[in-house]
Ligand binder design. Structure first.
Ligand SMILES: CCCCCCCC/C=C\CC(=O)SCCNC(=O)CCNC(=O)[C@H](O)C(C)(C)COP(=O)(O)OP(=O)(O)OC[C@H]1O[C@@H](n2cnc3c(N)ncnc32)[C@H](O)[C@@H]1OP(=O)(O)O
Length: 269
């Protein structure tokens, strides 16, 4: 019988519901207003994955507190706007290590995407093994539209999920897909009418994984994900330096500035 050792109440930006009957952890992202990813949030998420591993978690479900609004708005624009070089380095390194860790967990993972998931908001779902979406949301890697070149590991996650032809079209056009379209191209595996139904489907997926021997399953997962994991591990120092210099470039900073202004105008402030 699984039991919990970690103190999950210490986490500020997630609520963790760890079911001691089946060992499934439901992690609800709750960093207002839109679950945008900051360095602090990424640090917390990485530490959470380690706690879940230690507790021999049998399955992980990610979802959002902001039901039917936002799963995650992606990287935090405000934090990426004019950061110090040290902060930019730390941010990129945290993003890389969290995404790598989530991509190769020993336990199966599902994202219940109960709201919009643009750009970096798509990273958690793409690292997970299975994605269940609600209706009326947008998801996709639209970074090229605001001048951000995707790191190779992120393109590789997209290719693994929807195939190279679809990924090429999706990434090069910077498309945000409706849930129905996302289902058609395999960016989500199922659509559910409500978060409750989506959580039931997620649990059903995780229960199916249980019939397979755990260590055998992990070996197979790492084998099947080898192309992605190789991209994560390829020339890490150079890749991080490239992303940092791209982030600090005038072009990307101007684009972030323009984006922040658009969001402000939308809210009339
Ligand atoms: C150059 C780097 C190289 C390396 C790259 C690494 C990998 C690159 C991967 C990803 C890049 C990114 O993720 S960039 C971020 C992209 N995200 C977006 O474009 C989303 C922008 N937001 C929206 O479209 C909408 O906010 C929403 C659809 C998510 C929600 O809409 P809603 O109407 O519900 O809410 P508001 O728009 O009114 O926003 C509320 C509130 O949240 C703030 N906000 C929104 N998004 C972000 C964000 N990404 N970061 C920080 N803050 C965000 C918005 O400004 C509002 O704030 P205020 O209440 O203060 O006005």
């Amino acid at each position: 019988m699984p039991y919990v050792c970690a103190d999950y109440s210490k986490y500020k930006f997630v609520n963790v519901c760890w079911n001691s009957e089946n060992g499934i952890a439901t992690v609800t992202l709750k960093r207002p207003p839109v679950n945008s990813l900051t360095a602090e949030f990424l640090r917390e998420l990485s530490s959470l994955l380690l706690d879940l591993e230690k507790d021999e978690t049998q399955g992980l479900i990610f979802t959002s507190e902001f039901d039917e609004k936002v799963f995650s708005a992606g990287l935090d624009f405000k934090e990426l706007y004019r950061p110090s070089i040290d902060h930019a380095k730390e941010f990129m390194s945290l993003l890389h290590s969290f995404s790598f860790r989530l991509s190769c967990t020993a336990y199966p993972t599902v994202a219940v995407i109960n709201g919009h998931a643009p750009a970096g908001g798509c990273i958690i779902p793409l690292c997970c093994e299975y994605r269940i979406g609600l209706n009326n949301f947008n998801i996709g890697l639209n970074e090229l539209k605001f001048g951000i070149l995707l790191p190779d590991w992120l393109s590789s996650l997209m290719i693994h999920t929807i195939g190279s032809r679809n990924a090429e079209q999706a990434i090069l056009s910077g498309t945000l897909f409706s849930s129905e379209h996302a289902l058609r191209i395999g960016l989500v595996d199922e659509i559910a009418p409500t978060k409750e139904v989506a959580l039931e489907k997620a649990t059903a997926f995780l229960n199916k994984a249980k019939i397979v021997n755990r260590s055998l399953r992990l070996d197979a997962k790492l084998h099947l994900r080898r192309p992605i994991l190789q991209e994560f591990q390829k020339d890490i120092e150079n890749e991080l330096a490239k992303n940092v210099s791209l982030l600090m470039s005038d072009k990307v900073q101007q684009s972030l500035d323009a984006h922040i202004k658009i969001l402000k105008e939308k809210r009339g402030n």
